[in-house]
Design a protein around this ligand. Structure first.
Ligand SMILES: N[C@@H](CCC(=O)N[C@@H](CS)C(=O)NCC(=O)O)C(=O)O
Length: 210
């Protein structure tokens, strides 16, 4: 499988964790979202993903999947070994709730194109920083209240952790005070000891600038 990815992209990191946890082989193809390059908007990449975002996963010669939630579900269905979701429907819904909170209600609000749009609307950089901090903190307040008091988010590692770790990485990048979130910090500590999370980490990616 070919993974179109960017080292510090939250959604790419999320998908890398799922691929690593399931011990699937994949080849990373970096798409540089930064600054002047904006490789996501080249005609070549748009031919792969018309939305111009990462990640995308080529699963067969002419089959490219987009949107990390859809791709992670696909992996869960095709490669049920090392499942990311427990068997109980209630527990599955708890994982999916945290995943959706992060994937729909936090991450999209600080995505590259949203921040670019705020800049086009002349919002000063300090206000953009406040915007990012506002949405991540609001979301993390809820995640902190929802997750368990020990172990990963809900005991054994699973989908909620796959979404949480990249969001914590982004929160650190945007200098958010994480001391308010002891449960989230516990999950991060546990996850970073896990080889799959380590291999998926932005620092372990070949496209991370030196
Ligand atoms: N809902 C999508 C979000 C994808 C997304 O927004 N990716 C970001 C990087 S984390 C991106 O490619 N941004 C480029 C841009 O906005 O121009 C998913 O989960 O795959």
């Amino acid at each position: 499988m070919d993974l179109y990815t960017y080292y510090r992209s939250t959604s790419s990191y999320r998908l890398r964790i799922a691929l690593e946890l399931k011990e699937l082989d994949y080849h990373s193809i970096p798409i540089n979202l930064a600054g002047n390059l904006s490789e996501q908007f080249t005609p070549e990449y748009r031919a792969i993903n018309p939305q111009g975002r990462v990640p995308a996963l080529r699963v067969e010669l002419n089959q490219v999947l987009i949107q990390s939630p859809a791709i992670i579900e696909y992996l869960e269905e095709c490669f049920p070994q090392r499942p990311l979701l427990p068997t109980s429907p209630l527990e599955r819904a708890r994982h999916r709730g945290v995943a959706a909170l992060i994937g729909c209600d936090i991450h999209p609000l600080h995505n590259v194109s949203v921040l670019s749009r705020l800049r086009q609307l002349h919002l000063p950089e300090t206000e953009i920083d406040n915007w990012i901090r506002h949405w991540i903190s609001l979301g993390f307040d809820a995640v902190e209240a929802l997750i368990d008091d020990q172990g990963f988010c809900f005991g054994a590692f699973g989908l909620a952790d796959v979404y949480l770790l990249p969001q914590v990485y982004a929160a650190r990048r945007f200098a958010i005070d994480l001391n308010r979130y002891p449960k989230i910090m516990r999950v991060e500590r546990l996850a970073l000891e896990h080889p799959a999370f380590q291999r998926a980490h932005p620092d372990a990616q070949a496209d991370k600038p030196a």
